[in-house]
Write a new protein. Structure first.
Length: 487
């Protein structure tokens, strides 16, 4: 971990780490990072050998040490590892990871923000990171590290001198957020939105809202809740926040009484210009990408900055320099015969709410010449018995917008394909791979193409194929596919 002067700092040394996890050290060592993946070990990392559903990290300890790991946290000395190798022995490595994260949280005076919601978690986390890192030492979780491994890992990587910490918390089932927020102990907790994500594991949207409200259970004394006031679940979430001891509930949205109130937003191809009032302070600012959902999340971001004592003006300036992440709205201008088309990569994940937001954003895009607005959509997963309805309802969004062609892939998207008017159906395929060829053949200069689907639908393959038109290696596009797809 490098400080402001570029000097690598020690994150953990043997004795404090052992005390934090009630473990026993073999040898003296110091670590400058923490990792749970031997394939991406950086020299000086503490490697934690987790036991997962598919792999046992103990099988990779020798490799991690050979790659330069400073030490490894293990529950036994693995085969092929010398008895005097630098190890941190614990009863259970998952518990050890959680204890290390808790210790990192306890030793810092940082103001901490935790973010959850059915969509917009990672984007909001990145907004907060960008907004805060110019003005103070800021630590944020990488990628979408938002689950039982990602949250404690992100905490364990937090330097003692951190001034602001920003953490994303996700879930697939009720009860999963509670232990994670109690580890993070946020001073402010944000709920971006409630939508049918992972609804197959719940009986209703109300149950999803109840599960998201668990984030307030970890609030520090005097902690604040920041909630989307335009949501139908604002009142429920507000009650749960107050029940959990939140000192204040701050709404963001378009309502006149919102603490962070959107007054006007103008969307351009590569940015959104916003006029808002943040906790009583008028503010005009720009976000470095387009979309109404990004504007909403910026209100939550700036509210958190304001209430935690950050510089609101500096934060607003920083948002202008933001760029969308790969798979979450990143734009590419790619060659096609006799011209260029625009690709909007939304391939990382999808649920009905985020899918509608992406389609609305596409509807507002300007095309050039004979260009068209083209939606390329893959299945939305984990929607349970209402999956067909959620997919078919997208037809009305497409018809009401200015979208001229729709390509679909997957068994669930067959329902959408059949629900669309013939003039809007471009092609349907069984999977993403089979859709690549007809899509490529259809492209022409001036087109604006959005690609979106749940992670399991494989729509990233289509993005990779389109990027190949420009010789772009998607592996270099900061793909940031996390150890979790929690919603």
């Amino acid at each position: 971990m490098a400080n402001a002067d570029g000097v690598t700092e020690s994150l953990w040394t043997a004795a404090p780490a052992a005390a934090a996890v009630s473990g026993r050290c073999v040898g003296e060592w110091q670590a400058t990072g923490v990792s749970i993946d031997s394939r991406s070990i950086a020299g000086g990392d503490l490697f934690i050998a987790l036991r997962g559903p598919a792999n046992n990290g103990h099988d990779f300890v020798a490799d991690a040490l050979a790659r330069g790991a400073a030490a490894a946290m293990v529950d036994h000395v693995p085969e092929g590892v010398a008895a005097d190798a630098p190890l941190l022995l614990v009863a259970d490595t998952q518990t050890g990871l959680e204890s290390l994260g808790a210790a990192a949280r306890a030793r810092t005076a940082a103001k901490v923000v935790a973010i959850t919601g059915s969509a917009g978690k990672t984007g909001s986390k990145e907004m907060l990171r960008v907004a805060l890192e110019r003005q103070a030492r800021t630590h944020a979780s990488e990628a979408s590290y938002n689950n039982m491994w990602g949250v404690p890992l992100s905490l364990a990587r937090m330097p003692r001198a951190t001034e602001f910490g920003v953490f994303e918390i996700g879930m697939n089932h009720a009860g999963e957020i509670t232990p994670l927020t109690k580890l993070a102990r946020p001073h402010a907790a944000i709920v971006t939105t409630i939508a049918p994500a992972h609804v197959g594991h719940f009986n209703s949207l109300t149950e999803i809202a109840e599960a998201k409200s668990e984030i307030f259970l970890g609030l520090e004394p005097g902690g604040l809740a920041i909630i989307n006031q335009d949501s139908a679940f604002f009142d429920l979430l507000s009650r749960r926040a107050k029940d959990a001891g939140a000192a204040r509930v701050l709404g963001f949205g378009s309502a006149a009484d919102s603490a962070a109130r959107l007054i006007k937003a103008v969307h351009h191809a590569d940015c959104s210009c916003v006029y808002a009032e943040i906790c009583g302070q008028p503010l005009t600012y720009k976000i470095g990408f387009s979309g109404a959902h990004w504007v909403m999340n910026s209100l939550a971001t700036l509210t958190a900055v304001q209430v935690l004592g950050g510089d609101l003006a500096l934060a607003a300036i920083a948002l202008a320099g933001m760029h969308p992440l790969a798979g979450r709205g990143r734009r590419h201008y790619l060659p096609v015969a006799d011209g260029v088309f625009t690709l909007i990569d939304e391939s990382y994940n999808a649920n009905p709410g985020s899918m509608q937001a992406a389609l609305l954003n596409l509807s507002g895009q300007m095309t050039e010449g004979r260009g068209r607005r083209i939606a390329v959509l893959g299945d939305m997963a984990e929607l349970g018995q209402d999956s067909a309805r959620y997919h078919s309802e997208l037809a009305q969004v497409i018809e009401d917008g200015r979208i001229q062609q729709t390509f679909t892939a997957g068994t669930q998207m067959q329902v959408l394909h059949d629900a669309l008017p013939l003039k809007l159906r471009a092609a349907h395929a069984a999977d993403a791979d089979a859709l690549i060829a007809p899509l490529r053949e259809a492209l022409r200069p001036g087109d604006v193409v959005v690609v979106k689907g749940s992670y399991s639908s494989g729509m990233g393959k289509i993005v990779k194929a389109l990027l190949a038109l420009a010789g772009t290696d998607q592996q270099k596009q900061e793909a940031a596919h996390a150890p979790s797809k929690g919603g």
